[in-house]
Design a protein around this ligand. Sequence first.
Ligand code: MG
Length: 378
Amino acid sequence: MRKKIALIGCTGSIGRQVINVVRRYPDLFTITAMAANTGGDAFFEQVREIKPAFAVLRAEGERADVPAGVRFERGEKAFEEACAYSDADVVFVAVTGFAGLKAALLAVRAKKRAALANKECLVAGGDLLMRAAAESGAEIVPVDSEHSALWQCLSFDRGAKFSKLILTASGGALRDVPLDRLPEMTAKDALAHPNWDMGAKITVDCATMLNKGFEVIEAMHLYGAPFEKVEVVMHRESIVHSMVAFEDGAVLAQMSYPSMELPIQLALTYPERLAANVPPLDLAKLGTLHFSAPDPVRYPCFALALGCAKAGGDLPCALNAAGEVAVHAFLDGQIKYTQIAEIIEGVLSGMPPRPAESYALLEETDARARAAARSFLR
Ligand code: MG
């Protein structure tokens, strides 16, 4: 029996790699539903190749020609249907932004296994999502490379005991730029990631290490870890994707050359490991791996995110929203690189945390933080 996948966010970097895995193992997987926020030629090209039973564009717009046998719909209702698609075993949440939380909640409430490549669903709504999963019994599978590494070190058991989760961080594209030159850094500079090829927003988040702060929050939710049990260590080669320390002093690490296809594929095939498009690791050739402590002066966004991780409630949701506005303004050339942290700090200082008790409350926090962040742009 082929595993049926509902792919939410099919046109982005992760979505395209999910399709690569399905192309590699057509006898194991089939995509029955696919959805994207907005679609152009890329979306319809995918639909023509994959011919899912159900194809959705979330944005309203024109009708379009799709192959026979494909039901094509637009709009929010159709998007929601795809996220809880009845003829799917796995919902792969690869859509970007806050939409990921809605998608993940719908999948989990429909008792679908949810493979989470979207960070926002855990950062902004981790409390809510983990509660929903506990209630429905739905399984949550991590896709983010660090969290997949932790999961692998825990023998695919998110409930296993550990003494510490150790996330590795590359430091991003600007890690070696002298501090006094950071204000001049452009989007092009911040997008030149040394090890990973990813979307623009997340690549800037790697440069500021806001991304690593998000990942601390993700890890706390996925593995039920208190803040004190999550550690971050700088590791410039991105070979060790994360580590788990155990009670007896043993530390397990997962290593490979950087590739998102490995965690994406594993989320679909686990506990089995199948050949992936990753070359064998040549440690002798690598020679040396480096580790060091993060520098709070170079990475103020990371420090802000850790504050939100500790405070909890809806503060991580505000952090995510403020970060999105600030980073897009930076990518558009509206603000300096160093203003990303200033804007986030300004937004957070005006938002005392509230318990993250409902989707409606988080939506309101998200909107309020975005508006506050935009007010700093004027
Ligand atoms: Mg990651």
